[in-house]
Write a protein that binds this ligand. Structure first.
Ligand SMILES: N[C@@H](CCC(=O)N[C@@H](CS)C(=O)NCC(=O)O)C(=O)O
Length: 147
């Protein structure tokens, strides 16, 4: 007790070397970088595995009319095949997923549709591909290790 009071009253704490602002900002930026990296890795893993492991992966927004059209086409034309749908507006990581999709597919808009690991595109592309018979071929193509 006594030495503590003495320590405080003599303000000996001030004699401790202060942590340099360089060290503080370096550790701050390192942790920021680490968090960003961790976040982007999980989005990358999520999207990569969603595309690779699902026969039909649709990145969508629940209110989007183009998305509704694309989802309806798959539900009506391929009812036996389960489409995996990610509603980006209902997820905290929705914007990050959209940014990553731009990187991997060159497309930022939703819906963003992948079939058997192949990028089909948006709603207009899905409809065009279906009209040409390509979408049916792609859906029915051998799935290898995919679901
Ligand atoms: N021609 C595109 C139109 C898609 C489109 O405009 N989608 C809107 C939502 S309805 C969009 O992605 N807007 C940008 C955003 O929501 O970030 C298609 O057929 O998919």
């Amino acid at each position: 007790m006594f030495p503590r009071i003495l320590y405080n009253s003599l303000s000996l704490r001030r004699l401790r070397p202060p942590q340099s602002s360089f060290a503080l900002s370096a550790s701050f930026f390192a942790s920021l970088f680490h968090n960003q990296l961790a976040a982007s890795m999980s989005v990358k893993e999520l999207v990569d595995s969603a595309i690779a492991e699902n026969k039909i992966a649709i990145f969508s927004k629940s209110w989007c009319p183009y998305c509704k059209k694309a989802k309806a086409l798959f539900a009506e034309e391929f009812p036996e095949v389960q489409a995996t749908i990610f509603e980006l507006d209902e997820r905290d990581d929705g914007s990050a997923i959209q940014e990553y999709l731009l990187k991997v597919s060159g497309q930022r808009t939703v819906p963003n549709v992948f079939v058997n690991g192949e990028h089909v595109g948006g709603s207009d592309d899905v409809r065009a591909s279906f009209s040409q018979g390509k979408l049916t071929q792609l859906v029915n193509a051998s799935t290898g290790t995919r679901l």
